[in-house]
Design a binder for this molecule. Structure first.
Ligand SMILES: C[S@@+](CC[C@H](N)C(=O)[O-])C[C@H]1O[C@@H](n2cnc3c(N)ncnc32)[C@H](O)[C@@H]1O
Length: 215
């Protein structure tokens, strides 16, 4: 890997070539997806790919999960012809519209969500992560895993250690752990809470509690 001192205004900042950066990103992505496959080995559930792009990671997911259904959300398909998902597993459109529509049949059923929709602009990606996570969270099953190019800053997700070969900051691994959520009584749930992902998780726990006390 070639790094050199940046000759611009920030002279002390180590610069990495765009090629090295790209290689780091893809190396970390593959390492995280491979690790995610180990993590969900004992979990039932679908795989959800957000951002088909060229179809590279989708193809890798197909190799990792030959027996699982892999759903893909992409606003505009431009993948390699060999890497286009079957129509019945393609959520074609903007994920901000498609994921809410998929809730009726996908809620709690995703074992691995792979989020690969970053723009490379930190400010844009921060906003993108903030709007994406609330749409992905309800779809995850307990202990579901998220591999992401975006940093997900949310209390329901535990950041997992990166696997060997994944440089810090290039890719991220998270796990949803209901056991980490605060226990909440059903009576404490307000209508406003239901509009948020945290609220959705609270409602899930509350309903679960209600069902358990019924004869
Ligand atoms: C970096 S590329 C994905 C690369 C792909 N995973 C691969 O390995 O080839 C990002 C993709 O996310 C898609 N994307 C970004 N924002 C989206 C959104 N809000 N809804 C649907 N797709 C989106 C873009 O159209 C683009 O194809």
């Amino acid at each position: 890997m070639l790094t050199r001192r940046w000759r611009g205004p920030h002279r002390n900042v180590a610069r990495m070539s765009r090629l090295d950066f790209f290689i780091h990103r893809l190396t970390a992505q593959r390492a995280c997806l491979n690790r995610a496959a180990e993590l969900i080995r004992g979990l039932d559930g679908f795989v959800l790919e957000l951002g088909l792009g060229n179809g590279r990671s989708y193809d890798h997911l197909r190799e990792l999960f030959p027996t699982r259904d892999i759903y893909v959300c992409e606003r505009q398909v431009g993948a390699h012809p060999a890497c286009i998902p079957p129509a019945e597993r393609l959520l074609l459109g903007d994920l901000r519209e498609m994921l809410p529509q998929a809730r009726s049949w996908l809620t709690g059923k995703v074992a691995l969500a792979h989020v690969d929709i970053g723009s490379g602009d930190p400010a844009v990606d921060k906003a993108r992560a903030a709007e994406t996570w609330p749409l992905v969270a309800p779809l995850l099953r307990p202990d579901g895993v998220v591999a992401s190019d975006l940093t997900m800053d949310c209390p329901e997700l535990r950041a997992l250690p990166l696997p060997d070969g994944a440089a810090a900051g290039r890719y991220h691994l998270y796990q949803l752990s209901p056991s980490d959520c605060e226990p909440v009584k059903a009576g404490n749930v307000s209508a406003g809470d239901l509009e948020t992902v945290v609220g959705a998780r609270i409602l899930e726990v509350a309903l679960d509690n209600l069902l358990r006390v019924r004869p």
